[in-house]
Design a protein around this ligand. Structure first.
Ligand SMILES: Cc1ncc(COP(=O)(O)O)c(C=O)c1O
Length: 456
């Protein structure tokens, strides 16, 4: 075994196709419903928000979907991203496990999000769309849409969850630098925002609310503006599969194969991106990697939520999908992993968790930051608080392997860096962060306002 640390290849090795798990998945997708009629949704309804190119990807069962050359050219600014072996972390843990991580923080905006932002802007652009709206929680997604908009000369309007807008001014300035307009959500620019501010002018916002505002603006623009979503939907998970396809080949370069593949999960896209190509290997090529999605105890959709039909947003304008949900009226605690505070989970990942192909765990905030610091002090990259959830799980796997005296090969997705998250690190270092566990009673209470759906 060599002592190589970085496993990289050059841009000619960049994947030419996105991999669509719906071609191989043993779990048929549940219907997506119109939020007004509860009937299966039509492409015409979705076309108010999305271009046809993306809608076709959303419902496609084709195994490989070609990445347009224009998108690949932009991907070359940062892809292929490196795979690294965390040798210094292994040493600190004194574990026989081998820990690898795929570093998606190498993108211009610092996370995996541009993998889909660039694709979404492209498919809008070729259908003549000149402006897009979107929401952002921690700011990673908004920055990525802003960057993608700048590449395609497109106006981008971002609704940023108020608590993050206040906590993360530099993310806002980054978006503005790329040319986007950024509004704290709830805002007074939409009917839904105004109705919430009338009830509570101090409303801190949530991802569900910000989605509602961005959807309302697009839906009432008379076709001028379309909407981009940074996670949850099939086409978003699809675009992220460049991550796992590269990682598969890079593990080959390292002459190893993972026993466990780990990703943090907010709406499910970076986890899907790294894990779905490995799930294909399990399903088709007789491999047996465990696939582990990690969420915060404060926003535990997969581990405490119910697998049922729910609205994708708080104002009940987005489609109704079958997913693990905490209820669309979920108001998250202000934990410092803004990107993991969504009430639901990608229907694709939800169905795989429900059928047992993917395992889900929840971890508390404090030990997650403890893991982030261990990683920063050994591997030097300061991780995004979201990604630190995957690090926590990877460290726990490595410690378990040590206890059992096993060599275990662990691969996790380091979905982003945390260089805009210093206020969160400051709060942790000052001892101001607390653990918070979302109560099951609140989940049951929220289930009373689920949509009434006849199909199951
Ligand atoms: C760095 C990072 N990782 C993970 C996530 C969670 O999103 P997803 O589950 O779609 O990957 C986010 C969301 O904002 C993020 O910024």
């Amino acid at each position: 075994m060599s002592d190589q640390t970085r496993f990289i290849f050059n841009e000619t090795d960049l994947p030419r196709f996105w991999y669509n798990i719906n071609a191989d998945s043993p779990v048929p997708p549940a219907p997506v419903l119109n939020p007004m009629t509860m009937e299966p949704i039509t492409p015409e309804f979705l076309n108010v928000l999305f271009p046809m190119g993306l809608i076709m990807q959303e419902i496609s069962t084709e195994r490989y979907i070609e990445i347009p050359e224009e998108v690949r050219e932009i991907y070359k600014l940062w892809r292929p991203t490196p795979l690294l072996r965390a040798r210094r972390l292994e040493k600190l843990l004194d574990t026989p496990a081998h820990i690898y991580y795929k570093y998606e923080g190498a993108s211009p905006t610092g996370s995996h999000k541009p993998n889909t932002a660039v694709a979404q802007a492209f498919f809008n652009k070729i259908e003549g769309v000149k402006a897009m709206t979107t929401e952002t929680g921690a700011g990673q997604w908004g920055s990525s849409m802003a960057f993608a908009g700048s590449q395609f000369d497109m106006d981008i309007e971002v609704y940023m969850v108020k608590v993050s807008y206040d906590q993360k001014p530099y993310r806002r300035i980054m978006m503005e630098t790329y040319g986007a307009e950024v509004y704290a959500s709830p805002s007074n620019r939409t009917n839904f925002g105004r109705s919430l501010l009338a009830k509570d002018p101090e409303n801190n916002g949530s991802l569900g609310i910000a989605i509602s505002e961005a959807v309302e603006v697009a839906a009432t623009s008379g076709g001028k503006k379309k909407y981009g979503l940074g996670s949850v939907l099939n086409h978003v998970c699809l675009h992220q599969t460049v991550v796992g396809q590269e990682a598969l080949k890079q593990m080959d370069l390292a002459n190893e194969y993972p026993d466990v593949v780990i990703g943090c999960a907010g709406g499910g896209s970076n986890f899907a991106g790294i894990a779905m190509p490995f799930l294909r290997e399990n399903l088709v090529n007789g491999k047996n990697a465990r696939l582990l999605a990690v969420e915060p105890l404060a926003s535990p959709s997969m581990t405490k939520g119910i697998y049922t039909f729910d609205y994708g947003d708080t104002a009940k304008m987005a489609p109704v999908v079958k997913m693990y949900t905490l209820g669309h009226d979920f108001i998250p605690a202000p934990i410092h992993a803004g990107g993991l505070r969504y009430h639901g989970m990608s229907p694709l990942i939800s169905s795989l968790v429900n059928a047992g192909y993917v395992q889900a765990i929840a971890v508390p905030q404090l030990t997650t930051f403890e893991a982030a610091l261990m990683f920063a002090k050994t591997e030097a990259i300061i991780p995004a608080p979201e990604s630190a959830h995957a690090i926590r799980a990877a460290i726990d796997e490595a410690l378990d392997a040590k206890l059992k005296g096993e060599k275990r090969v662990i691969l996790f997705n380091l979905s982003g860096h945390g260089y805009f998250d210093m206020t969160s690190y400051e709060a942790y270092l000052n001892g101001e962060l607390e653990d918070y566990e979302y109560p099951s009673e609140a989940v049951f209470e929220s289930m009373k306002s689920l949509p009434q759906v006849l199909v199951m």
